[in-house]
Design a protein around this ligand. Structure first.
Ligand code: SF4
Ligand code: SF4
Length: 336
């Protein structure tokens, strides 16, 4: 007889005493019977690690792909976006803390076929796993990504990048585009403030790039925490060593959740964008009210894509080429 109840997780080991050890992320939680791991969504049920939140969405929305943010992937398109509950980090500035730090949200049962159908109905060429942390739902995310691939839709992952190497390889093999938070260049800040691990994030980004996934990175700049030029220099240098064409979004923070630090001044973002541009070709300021963002052709200087909030004009592109001079651009403008 098949067992009923939540599906069993991958990436864990059982011990003789009934505890389980989850291997999905750097925390490697040892979980007692009846308890959950640090992400709240992987539970020890009688010596098995199970997924009580499998196929439960906290949010379903049609978003501009620029909101992920992804600026060099299908510009101007919409992405069918799904959020979950739980996270393996506990950022004190989390903008989605009500779903990342709690499992009490209203949840909607979904399945991969339903998501594909809804994405198609909404005219979205991609499905994005986003809002909270999709990695802690790796099993369901992979099931959705397989269904989306089979249907010719692109897969987008928006993540903190804190996944163990084997889980990262498996997830990334199904992704077309990822935006990965690279929150700081300070290992201690990652560990003590966020519960994260800088080396794990760096390895995730490197694996995404190595496996041919379109990669963009985001750094949320918080005054007094990661706003020194040396931080962005480290981040930009790391990305540039993979490719100077990796877009970096340098975004302004606003007070949220447990942080009351005042919002990041626009001048700070502009200083850091300028510093990052010494190493990277495409660095964008994020969350600055009223600012227009453009991507120019590196051959002739024509504007390829202009963005203002979520209004996007990609009229400078002909496919992935510059419509003025015909040069290849770094922008992916059609699904595989
Ligand atoms: S995914 Fe969750 S349960 Fe597994 S190690 Fe990470 S925080 Fe712990
Ligand atoms: S990793 Fe993202 S979702 Fe998780 S707590 Fe941090 S900001 Fe929130």
């Amino acid at each position: 007889m098949p067992r009923s109840g939540p599906p069993e997780a991958r990436y864990y080991d059982k011990a003789m005493d009934g505890t389980v050890s989850c291997r999905l992320c750097h925390h490697r939680c040892r979980i007692l019977p009846g308890s959950s791991g640090a992400c709240r969504v992987r539970r020890n049920d009688g010596g098995r690690l199970v997924l009580p939140f499998y196929g439960l969405a906290s949010a379903l929305s049609v978003d501009p792909i620029e909101k992920k943010p992804l600026y060099h992937f299908l510009p101007g398109s919409s992405s069918y976006s799904i959020g979950y509950v739980g996270c393996n980090l506990h950022c004190p500035f989390c903008q989605n803390y009500s779903i990342s730090q709690s499992t009490e949200a209203h949840l909607t049962p979904v399945n991969p076929a339903m998501l594909v159908q809804e994405a198609r109905t909404a005219g979205c060429p991609s499905i994005a796993h986003t809002y909270s942390e999709p990695v802690v739902h790796a099993e369901f995310v992979e099931a959705c990504m397989k269904a989306a691939r089979a249907a010719g839709l692109a897969n987008v992952l928006v993540t903190n990048g804190c996944a163990a190497p084997d889980a990262a390889v498996s997830l990334l093999s199904l992704c077309d585009a990822v935006n990965i938070d690279l929150k700081s260049w300070d290992e201690a800040f990652y560990r003590s403030e966020l519960g994260g691990d800088l080396e794990t994030v760096k390895a995730f980004i490197a694996e995404a790039f190595r496996s041919g996934v379109h990669v963009e990175a985001t750094t949320l700049v918080i005054p007094g925490k990661n706003d020194e030029t040396s931080h962005i220099d480290g981040i930009a240098g790391f990305l540039a060593a993979l490719s100077p064409d990796i877009p970096l979004h340098v975004s302004s923070y606003r007070p949220m959740y447990r942080y009351t630090i005042p919002a990041t001044p626009a001048a700070t973002i502009h200083r850091l964008v300028k510093a990052a541009r010494r190493r990277l070709r495409y660095v964008y300021a994020g969350n600055i009210a009223g600012e227009r963002s453009i991507t120019e052709c590196r051959s002739c200087g024509a504007v390829l894509v202009a963005r203002h909030v979520y209004a996007v004009d990609a009229g400078g592109l002909s496919g992935s080429r510059c419509s003025s001079c015909g040069s290849e651009s770094p922008i992916i403008n059609r699904c595989k």
